[in-house]
Write a new protein. Sequence first.
Length: 225
Amino acid sequence: MDTGSDPVVRLGRLDSCAVSDALDSLGLPPAVTGLRAMTTGKRIAGRIVTVKLGAARIEGAPMRHLCTAAVEAAAPGDVLVIEQRTGIDAAGWGGVLSHAAVARRIAGVIVDGPARDIDEAAELGFPVYARSATARTARGRIYEQGFNVPVALGDTIVAPGDLVLADASGVVLIPAARAEAVIATAERIVAKERLMAVDVRAGQPVSRVMGASYEHMLDGGKVKG
């Protein structure tokens, strides 16, 4: 199957810095800061399945462990994005969930908050990005408010089906409706940066290369749409 035009495949070939620059140039929120790879250095890219966690259980909500419905709803290659912004030191993700995610071939998970069982996820080779690590269970502390609903990650509101890329430099979020414009702009940025690197290695002064190219890197990337 030809995957050359698949936005997730194209996104996975990029890095978060180029995508963040592209988002900036298009007037969209840039990379989310403060999230870090807790288990592996593996880059992940995929469509988003969301989970929203809170400090109180919603009356009448199904009795289930947090994130389990989202894991079961996710398709292979999807990325789970979890909002755990309660301020309570309790994990929004844990070890059994990592095993389930691997079995479902989920690409990774991003938690705006703490995660736990980090060593276990690392042994599985499963990418977990989070604000911090904790050993404290979610039981009796935080509850699922819903999944596949809009959530907040940093200063950005994320919708189910949006795209995400996470690597050692950061996490970038792309609205589904703007995916083509953002990815195409990032691809142009990467192409320009590669030419700049060639010039520097060829002996051109870096001040000249960056002065001539870097400051105008995004001039051609301000795509409407």
